[in-house]
Design a binder for this molecule. Structure first.
Ligand code: FES
Length: 368
């Protein structure tokens, strides 16, 4: 294996402040064993992580979870991030954001809020999150606008809400969102457990893209709509996290540093903890961050593929989940010897009637 190239700085520091969350979303990207990982960094540790990240060159700081509003030191963390010169972004379900807390976060210097919705209907929103949160999210959207924050609305898209896409876009527009992220489900963690329930058909996706394009033409720059490509249906791998260890540095609640938020499940890889190592050591020198950097780790068909610099072999976590080999080509790629696993899943989705039964029941994120 050739040596991994020396990377530039991690531009994005994602602080996963907690795995605690009042919602139970069926597509949650937290680890399925999150309840066994209940230790959390304390305030001083997070402030040190922020300082080290900024010294490395990070410019964006995402604050996520779980639900980051459950941390009562969030204002302190944001104030320090602001003082250091980060652009700060809060990723929230909205639960816990009342007018008073919003004013405190604004005073601390928070730049930007991403609010998640599960659907445009109360019934589906509340069903998918297993909570009565639709009305609350509507109130929170207004609070965000009242504070003058730019709002990204994020909606994870899948078989159970994709046919509502027109209403979802209309709702985001009516609420004054500047950006709408229609995030087609990525099948890791809880979404992988529930994949047969969540995978849409080709026809559903094509229709959703047409509706999205029509809205884009109508709204222009008034609301920018991102339609995150669904890689299961494309036959092409994506450059996951913009390349392993190239831009993103995630710190999990217990301080484990990761190149992506699900990498901890990959066997045979040690990921260092910020309590024992500096972010600089972690980023430049750790085995976990270097293992899949660049192209030197690749085997066939990636090693000789003319797309290898473009997609960097796709997603390592998906390769492990589908081919049980994190160094394999991402099976969403049509050249992967394991591509048939993806094709079969998509064919099963196509064969199932709308609302038709699935062998396993839908599993809600739950510590049990
Ligand atoms: Fe881990 Fe893609 S989610 S590399």
């Amino acid at each position: 294996m050739t040596q991994a190239p020396r990377p530039g700085p991690p531009l994005w520091l994602l602080a996963e402040l907690t795995y605690r969350c009042p919602l139970h979303c069926v597509f949650c990207f937290n680890p399925v064993d999150f309840a066994q990982q209940d230790s959390e960094l304390d305030t001083e540790d997070w402030l040190r992580v922020l300082r080290e990240g900024r010294a490395l060159g990070a410019v964006q700081c995402g604050l996520s979870g779980g639900e980051p509003l459950l941390r009562d030191d969030l204002e302190i963390i944001i104030a320090e991030a602001r003082r250091l010169g980060y652009y700060t972004n809060l990723l929230t379900s909205g639960v816990g954001l009342n007018a008073q807390r919003a004013a405190a976060l604004k005073a601390a210097g928070l730049d930007h809020v991403q609010l998640s919705f599960q659907d445009s209907t109360r019934e589906m929103n509340d069903f998918l999150s297993h909570t009565k949160t639709f009305e609350l999210k509507n109130r929170v959207a207004k609070i965000i606008k009242d504070q003058g924050w730019p709002m990204v609305m994020n909606v994870v898209i899948h078989r159970l809400n994709i046919d509502h896409i027109d209403r979802i876009i209309a709702m985001a527009h009516e609420m004054g969102a500047e950006y709408l992220e229609l995030a087609n489900t990525q099948y890791y963690s809880w979404a992988f457990v529930n994949r047969d329930h969540l995978l849409p058909t080709h026809e559903q996706l094509r229709h959703a893209e047409e509706v999205t394009d029509a809205w884009r033409a109508r709204l222009g720059e008034r609301m920018r709509i991102f339609f995150v490509a669904p890689d299961y249906h494309e036959g092409r791998a994506k450059k996951c996290v913009n390349g392993w260890g190239s831009m993103f540095l995630t710190v999990a609640p217990d301080g484990t540093a990761l190149p992506c938020h699900t990498a901890k499940m990959l066997p045979g890889l040690e990921f260092p903890n910020v309590k024992a190592h500096s972010l600089s050591e972690i980023w430049f020198d750790s085995e976990g961050f270097n293992r899949y950097r660049g192209t030197g780790w690749m085997k066939e068909p990636c090693a000789s593929c003319d797309q290898r610099e473009q997609d960097l072999g796709g997603c390592r976590c998906q390769a492990y989940l589908l081919a049980q080999d994190a160094a394999a080509a991402d099976p969403v790629c049509a050249k992967s010897p394991d591509h048939h696993r993806v094709v079969e899943a998509v064919q099963r989705a196509a064969a199932r009637e709308p609302g038709g039964p699935v062998e396993h029941p839908l599993v809600f994120r739950d510590p049990a």
